[in-house]
Write a protein that binds this ligand. Structure first.
Ligand code: SAM
Length: 209
């Protein structure tokens, strides 16, 4: 069917149902707009309430700070996958002002204040930009924050699977990976989340080899 979010409108803030054949074309759903429903498919994702979204941001901030603490004594840059509106990039640079932070984003659209300098912004699809990035980054990274979800579970998990090897190649042993998506990588050991973060809300790993 090959629907794109730009061709779809969402009617309800509840679980949404849609048949898509090309997830690379999917963007974020637009609440308040109509959506094409199909009774033959399972829900592909959920649109968050404002409260959920606030709790998610709190969890994200707590996990970011925990990860920064864990790698405080390790030398190396940070990686941010998904600039979005630059909120977490801004938090990272304020919390760890001495780190180089390389940001990967296919379509940078953050306010200029929250956009990295051009030498730290790697533009393009993760599936194409991660592999050659070591040449630019030079030293292996000690923290990677992957905020890459669209809310479409199957597509988000596939993207995580697709990029995990190239991302791994950019990371030092001991690096912490935190993400809104689960990763299944045998040399990434799952870390316990900070106490006030519910399991499944965010994911943290340490690279062991
Ligand atoms: N952490 C950001 C913030 O606090 O503002 C939000 C990130 S937003 C949830 C996800 C971002 O990842 C979007 O800007 C999107 O364009 C980008 N993205 C998603 N998939 C991508 C891909 N395959 N390659 C490059 N960028 C991608």
């Amino acid at each position: 069917m090959g629907l794109r979010w730009s061709e779809v409108q969402i009617l309800s803030p509840r679980p949404f149902f849609i048949v898509c054949t090309d997830h690379r074309q999917w963007g974020a759903p637009i609440p308040g707009k109509k959506i094409a429903f199909s009774s033959t498919v399972a829900p592909l994702g959920f649109i968050m309430s404002r409260l959920d979204s606030m709790i998610r941001r709190e969890a994200q901030k707590t996990c970011l700070e925990s990860a920064i603490g864990r790698v405080a004594t390790f030398p190396g840059p940070y990686l941010e996958l998904g600039l979005g509106n630059g909120r977490t990039f801004d938090h990272l640079r304020q919390t760890a002002p001495d780190r180089d932070i390389f940001v990967f984003e296919r379509k940078p659209a953050a306010h200029l204040d929250c956009t990295p300098d051009p030498e730290f912004l790697i533009e393009g699809d993760f599936t194409e930009t991660l592999r050659p990035a070591l040449e630019l980054i030079k030293s292996k990274a000690v923290l990677a924050h992957c905020d890459i979800g669209t809310g479409i579970k199957v597509a988000d998990e596939e993207l995580a699977r697709e990029i995990s090897r190239d991302l791994d190649a950019l990371l030092a042993v001991g690096a912490v990976i935190l993400s809104d998506q689960p990763f299944k990588k045998t040399n990434w050991r799952p870390l316990s989340l900070p106490r006030n973060v519910d399991s499944g809300r965010y994911f943290m790993y340490a690279k062991t080899a």
